[in-house]
Design a protein around this ligand. Sequence first.
Ligand code: C5P
Length: 222
Amino acid sequence: SRLPVVAIDGPAGAGKSTVSRLVAQRLGLTYLDTGALYRAVTWAVLRSGVPLADAVGVAEVAASTPVELRWQPDLRVFVAGEDCTDIIRTPEVTQAVSQVAAQPAVRQVLLYIQRQYGQRGGIVVEGRDIGTTVFPTAELKIFLTASVQERAQRRWQELQQQGITGLDVAAIAQAIQKRDAQDSQRQVSPLRQAADAVVIDSDGLDVAGVVAQIVAVWQTRS
Ligand code: C5P
């Protein structure tokens, strides 16, 4: 037996990371970001010089590169012992990650790692296929979504705050849609709402509002 698992899936830019971190805090659970693992492998592939379209080469990098999460106490990501927490958020990695994540061999390697981290439960796990594939027996499954327009608008605002200008909302919306399409259309474990997931559409809700809804659902269940 294990402690409870909360799965939070949804498309890119729906606010899953912020929401998952806060929900974990509120419920006294550990936060597990599975997208960070796919980003870490993607970073390793980019660094290796193996072309993204080389399925065998990508599989080899995934199998031979140690990828690790550490809670220090904030979640940090290590590739071959090196802290890559910040570099995996760059546009280069973001643009390449869906292609790497579509490789069955990559998903196989990371499935094993995700289940190891989740073995004892007590976690809020964020991703695309957590409720459907990684932890299908999760006690609570949330599918967090929002309109493309709203997600792009929020991302634009975030970038603005970081001093990154020159991108318009339409370009961001296009990149988000492209990644969603790739993640939804892959053969193995696509982005999909689990049949037993609670859907939260965050259009017009702020972070606190979404967190409050999830905590409320959790409390009615336990
Ligand atoms: O959540 P984040 O945007 O960091 O995820 C990056 C990418 O990792 C996604 O676009 C998707 O291609 C992949 N991913 C996945 N399965 C997960 C989590 C992320 O395929 N459970």
